[in-house]
Design a protein around this ligand. Structure first.
Ligand code: ADP
Ligand code: MG
Length: 290
């Protein structure tokens, strides 16, 4: 009977770490035509590591790192964690800071050692005339390599660039190939820049939309939904509204409680291949009913 088939899918899914919040979610998941992924922490490990520090003035690498760590001390963003970790491994002491303020999807600012300082995307620093075309091109050369770059600066005074790399999960390419085989279109929606997104998306063989603020992701999910049922995979606090907007919002593994609360489903193991597994299971369950 109908309930028996759904009930058995719910329980056998749970045993594999695939959680559906009810039978209606299985029905909706079976109809998925597009899957939108957040990049950081879902397709990638979400643990970027600092690879390069580029001096833009008279400050040493350690001085750049020190100010950046001071600014990021009040942030829980993966990029902040990467910078604080690097400061620790270089034995750079983290200066006193206060008034930390997140610039949603752009960076963070704080008062460090009594002076206002910023760590932001190159795009934001450029739009505020802190860096010029020449520095933008240095940043771009790292971004084309798949790295994310931030600018460390004081009021109108660029100090340096910090480049970080976040590796794609080892099963991400396989998962994307499986999704395409199921006839579903995968796409990355990210707040990261165009070049970094292109490098990651190209490596995985999928499309992308970059430079998206949280509200842009939300709007874009709405647009995609018109063309066919969208499943959204996310982990961060930023993703909660987009998860809600999608026909099926899926929270991934080590994600935040906020994402888990908002989502319709969750994969408890950090395995991207569990997404196509979830689709196959939903389709098989619905086929049984019909
Ligand atoms: P994603 O979609 O990859 O999760 P976010 O919306 O979290 O991206 O961030 C987008 C961009 O905003 C980052 O690539 C970075 O340039 C900038 N940014 C956000 N938070 C920080 C931070 N704490 N420090 C520096 N830059 C940040
Ligand atoms: Mg994010």
């Amino acid at each position: 009977s109908v309930p028996a088939s759904i009930a058995s899918a719910l329980s056998s899914g749970a045993k594999k770490g695939l959680l559906f919040k009810g039978g209606a979610v299985i029905e909706a998941a079976a109809k998925t035509e597009q899957i939108a992924f957040d990049k950081t922490g879902t397709l990638t490990y979400g643990r970027p590591a600092v690879t390069d520090i580029v001096k833009l003035g008279d400050y040493t690498n350690d001085a750049i790192l020190e100010i950046a760590a001071g600014v990021e001390a009040g942030s829980s963003h993966p990029l902040a964690t990467a910078i604080l970790k690097k400061a620790e491994s270089e034995n750079v002491s983290i200066p006193h800071s206060s008034g930390s303020k997140a610039l949603m999807g752009k960076g963070v600012e704080a008062i460090v050692n009594g002076t206002h300082a910023w760590v932001t995307s190159p795009k934001y620093a450029f739009s505020n005339k802190v860096i010029d075309d020449e520095v933008m091109e240095i940043a771009a050369s790292h971004e084309r390599d798949g790295k994310t770059v931030v600018v460390v600066y004081r009021k109108n005074e660029p100090l340096g660039l910090i480049a970080m790399r976040d590796e794609p999960r080892k099963d991400a390419a396989d998962a994307i190939a499986q999704i395409k085989e199921l006839g579903i279109t995968p796409i990355i929606l990210t707040g990261d820049n165009e070049r970094t997104a292109a490098a990651i998306a190209g490596g995985l063989g999928m499309e992308f939309r970059a430079g998206m603020l949280p509200k842009d992701k939300l709007e874009h999910i709405g647009t995609l939904n018109l063309a066919g049922s969208v499943m959204m995979i996310g982990d961060g606090i930023n993703d909660a509204p987009a998860l809600k907007q999608a026909a099926v919002g899926v929270a991934m593994g080590s994600g935040t409680d906020v994402a888990l609360e908002t989502a319709d489903a969750a994969i408890l193991r950090d395995r991207v291949t569990d997404i196509p597994a979830m689709i196959r299971m939903s389709r098989a369950t619905m086929a049984n009913i019909r």
